[in-house]
Design a binder for this molecule. Sequence first.
Ligand code: ADP
Ligand code: MG
Length: 240
Amino acid sequence: MIDVKDLHKTYGKAEVLKGIDVSIQKGEVVVVIGPSGSGKSTFLRCLNLLETPTSGDICLDSQNITGKNINIDKVREKMGMVFQQFNLFPHKTVCQNICHAPIRVKGMKQQKAKELAIELLKKVGLLEKIDVYPFSLSGGQQQRIAIARALAMKPEVMLFDEPTSALDPEMVGEVLAVMKDLAREGMTMVVVTHEMGFAKEVGDRILFIDQGKILEENNPKEFFEHPKHPRTIDFLSKVL
Ligand code: ADP
Ligand code: MG
């Protein structure tokens, strides 16, 4: 579904991504781990063109999205993104947050959008919050709403950039549970996280990125039980 070939990203003189090659299958959950500053966020942001790759190719459904004449908005519609900071619209209710893009971008009718919001709020277990404003929600609840909002565009892929890193520990589980449900339903997901339990349990494949390169990739069992690269071993010794 996603095919990345020799992806490079440079800021000024700093080469942040130094040739990333990866293919992601439909329904696959790929977990990206690695030290801070290694290029994980940049990689995700290149995937949905929040950053313009310096060189290399990204194909989505066999369409090269790094080419000219690409409709960036159409690409982003196919990829939902959830950030560390939930970024809900503070002056909109939960319902309005979820309905915003379907109405504005897809021209969905108000009533239809509300039905969709109700369906998604049931999915993330927050239907009773439909009319409240984000400030009245806990961090974990806000992040579950952010996931519902991303799902409202019916994306083909969901990208998560450290979705639980800004949460108090007791709220991490509820967000991971929603993500686990999504994975079980067959959503294609790329997840940057430091939650190694989630990576082991839900990941189909782990990518270890260090200094802008994929140093090692494997299924979770092999990756965690028999890491091969010295830097992977060193990283795991610090986080496990
Ligand atoms: P990670 O998510 O793995 O912590 P990032 O992808 O955020 O890493 O960043 C990788 C490197 O790229 C860091 O050294 C960071 O300072 C640099 N970087 C990220 N975004 C920018 C930017 N917009 N301009 C310049 N440097 C950046
Ligand atoms: Mg990051």
